[in-house]
Design a protein. Structure first.
Length: 300
């Protein structure tokens, strides 16, 4: 008689609960999103404009995109530039703040609330606030530079500093990332830090050999989410710069919006959306492939 494996029942139970908990999201995707996604694939093969009948043209939109549209490359470069700058800044600042908020100090709940509040501010209000901060004539940023004896910058009004300005702004709303990091930090076993102390280690050794390795699954999750969200940046360009100056902040989704709702080129906009889907999927898969080299789980 074969002996039943002890963990098989637990594994099946975990699988059932996993499917049950994921079912609402799966059903919602199949009923609300899948049809629209498949229809957008068809629209991408047409030259459909709003108010006109779709005309099937095959891959002509993609040929035009890669050979004739000078804004495609510029928007992709601007988005990549912003992503490569914003993602490390947001993750780094959020991780640093989460470590500070994980200490035992008085008024900790107040500090946590203060750092999370920017997430609750609507993007329009936040953008207007940062427009004032980055104003080259009377903004807070140049006022601070002048107090330090440094020359002022044009910030959003210069091609060279427009995207770096938005990267700085992105660290303002890192509250969600910080909260996830904070939850992960509270799950790090205390005895590991005590073992470092017994061996004569300091705070740096705790960070290097305990905190960061134990937090790599959380860092991995935040990295994937940040990449997906940042590649779809839109509000800042739409509200603050309108893609300028000289198309320096013409982000990919803003370019897509311009074709879809200003030029009413729904077919071409759908083709742009399809390429963005492929880019995000490729980057996400690349990060997943790299995870085995730097992400460490508790059971390993």
């Amino acid at each position: 008689m074969k002996k039943k494996k002890r963990g098989s029942g637990i594994d099946r139970m975990q699988l059932k609960w996993g499917i049950l908990l994921a079912a609402p999201a799966i059903i919602g995707f199949l009923t609300l999103n899948l049809g629209s996604i498949l229809f957008s694939f068809y629209i991408a093969m047409t030259d459909w404009r709003v108010g006109q009948t779709p005309n099937f043209i095959g891959f002509d939109n993609f040929v035009t995109m890669f050979t004739e549209d000078r804004f495609f490359g510029k928007s992709l470069f601007a988005t990549t530039y912003y992503t490569l700058g914003s993602v490390p800044v947001v993750i780094g600042v959020a991780f640093f703040v989460a470590i500070l908020l994980n200490q035992k100090v008085k008024g900790l709940s107040i500090f946590r609330t203060i750092f999370y509040l920017p997430v609750l501010v609507p993007s329009v209000a936040s953008s207007m606030l940062w427009l004032w901060i980055f104003n080259p004539d009377f903004g807070l940023a140049n006022t601070g530079l002048k107090m330090l004896g440094l020359p002022g910058l044009q910030w959003l009004y210069s091609e060279e500093t427009a995207i770096p300005s938005l990267i700085i702004m992105s660290s303002w709303a890192m509250g969600n990332t910080m909260i996830i990091f904070l939850a992960g930090l509270q799950g790090v076993p205390r005895f590991m830090y005590e073992a470092i102390e017994v061996d004569g280690g300091n705070a740096f050794h705790k960070l290097r050999y305990v905190t960061i390795p134990m937090m790599t699954p959380v860092i991995f999750f935040n990295l994937v989410m940040a990449l997906i969200n940042t590649f779809q940046v839109f509000n800042e360009a739409y509200i603050m710069t309108d893609g300028g100056p000289n198309n320096a902040t013409l982000f990919y989704v803003f370019n897509l919006y311009d074709h879809a709702f200003r030029q009413t080129e729904m077919g071409y906009a759908s083709a742009l959306a399809l390429i963005l889907f492929v880019i995000i999927m490729a980057v996400t898969l690349l990060v997943f492939r790299s995870a085995k080299n730097w992400v460490y789980y508790e059971g390993e």
